[in-house]
Design a protein. Structure first.
Length: 297
C-alpha cells in the first residue's frame, strides 16, 4: 500500500495506461451538472470567435459519434498515439457547463480541468456547421489536437442550452513541439535516432509546486515489465524514507544495468536489474535516481 506524504496531488506512481496523462494537468474549477434538460432546442447563431482558418479544412460531418471513444475529434487527429480525449456523446449535456460563444466554451472546458486535459495552443477553425465548430491545432500538416464545439441542449445544472466542447482529442505530448510539451511540464525523451519516445513509455517532469516539491525532478517509466514506476532526482529529506535506495549524485554504472536506449539533453537512461534505480547521465557522471513509491495529495 502506498504512503501519502504532504499535501494532496497526483500520485507519483502511475499505471502504464496513464503514464502519458499523469501530468494531465488539472486546471481546477467546478463541474456543473444537473438532471433537468432545458427545453429551448434552437441553436443560436453565435460567432466562432477570432479563430483563423485552419491550414487543412475538414470535409467530414461534425454530427454523429465518430468512429471511436473520442467522437468526431478522435477521427480528426492524425496521431501515432492518441493519448487523451473525451466525448460527451450526442445527447443533451448533463455535466460540465455551457457558454454563450465558441471561444467562451473552450475557456470553460479548460477551466474544468479534466474536461480538457490539453495544452493551450493557437487553435484554428477547420469546419463550421450550423450548430458545431471544429477547432484544430496543426503542425507540419498533421492535426495534433481537435475540439468539436457544439451549440446544443443541456441540463439546467449545466447552464441550459449553449455552446460546449462536445468532443476533443490530442496526440501524445511526444508528438507536439518541444516547447508545447515543456509548457505543460512534460519533458520528452528520445530514442538513439532522435525520435521522441511516447510518454506512455517514459517522460520526466518537475515536482508539483503546491506540495513544495518543485526542486525535484521525477521520471515515469514503463519498460514493459512493470505497471509503471516513478523515480526521483535529489529527494528532499521529507521523502527520503519513501525511496527504495538513497539518491547518489555520482556513481559507477553497474555492469548489469539495463540500457533503455532513451536519451534527453545529453543524458542517457539505464535501469537497475531490479528496477529500483534509474541511472541517468553520460560517461563518468551517472546519477542514481531511486524508485519512489509514494505520492503528494
Amino acid at each position: 500500500m502506498r504512503t501519502k506524504v504532504g499535501r494532496r496531488a497526483v500520485s507519483a506512481v502511475v499505471p502504464r495506461a496513464a503514464l502519458g496523462a499523469v501530468l494531465g494537468v488539472l486546471l481546477g474549477g467546478v463541474t456543473a451538472c444537473g438532471d433537468d434538460v432545458a427545453d429551448d432546442a434552437s441553436a443560436r447563431d453565435a460567432p466562432s470567435g477570432s479563430y483563423a482558418p485552419a491550414a487543412t479544412p475538414y470535409e467530414g460531418s461534425l454530427a454523429g459519434s465518430g468512429g471511436g471513444r473520442y467522437g468526431v475529434a478522435g477521427d480528426v487527429v492524425d496521431c501515432a498515439t492518441v493519448a487523451a480525449g473525451f466525448d460527451h456523446g450526442p445527447g443533451p449535456l448533463a455535466e460540465a457547463a455551457t457558454a454563450d460563444s465558441v471561444g467562451a466554451a473552450v475557456e470553460t472546458a479548460y477551466s474544468e480541468g479534466l474536461q480538457l486535459d490539453a495544452p493551450r495552443v493557437d487553435l484554428a477553425l477547420a469546419r463550421a456547421e450550423d450548430d458545431r465548430r471544429l477547432l484544430t491545432f496543426e503542425v507540419g500538416g498533421r492535426v495534433l489536437m481537435a475540439l468539436v464545439v457544439r451549440d446544443g441542449l443541456a441540463s439546467e445544472g449545466a447552464g441550459g442550452p449553449g455552446w460546449y466542447v462536445q468532443s476533443w482529442a490530442r496526440c501524445d505530448y511526444a508528438e507536439f513541439p518541444a516547447d508545447v510539451a515543456e509548457g505543460m511540464g512534460v519533458l520528452v525523451w528520445a530514442g538513439a535516432d532522435g525520435t521522441p519516445v511516447p510518454t506512455s513509455r517514459v517522460y520526466s517532469h518537475p515536482g508539483p509546486e503546491h506540495c513544495g516539491w518543485q526542486s525535484m525532478t521525477f521520471l515515469a517509466v514503463d519498460d514493459g515489465r512493470r505497471t509503471g514506476a516513478s523515480y526521483v532526482r535529489e529527494p528532499i529529506p521529507e521523502l527520503e524514507p519513501h525511496v527504495a535506495v538513497p539518491y547518489r549524485a555520482r556513481t559507477a554504472l553497474p555492469a548489469d544495468a539495463v540500457d533503455t536506449g532513451w536519451e534527453r539533453a545529453g543524458d542517457h537512461l539505464w535501469l537497475s536489474a531490479d528496477r529500483d534505480v534509474a541511472y541517468v547521465g553520460a560517461g563518468d557522471r551517472v546519477e542514481a535516481w531511486p524508485r519512489f513509491e509514494t505520492g503528494c495529495e
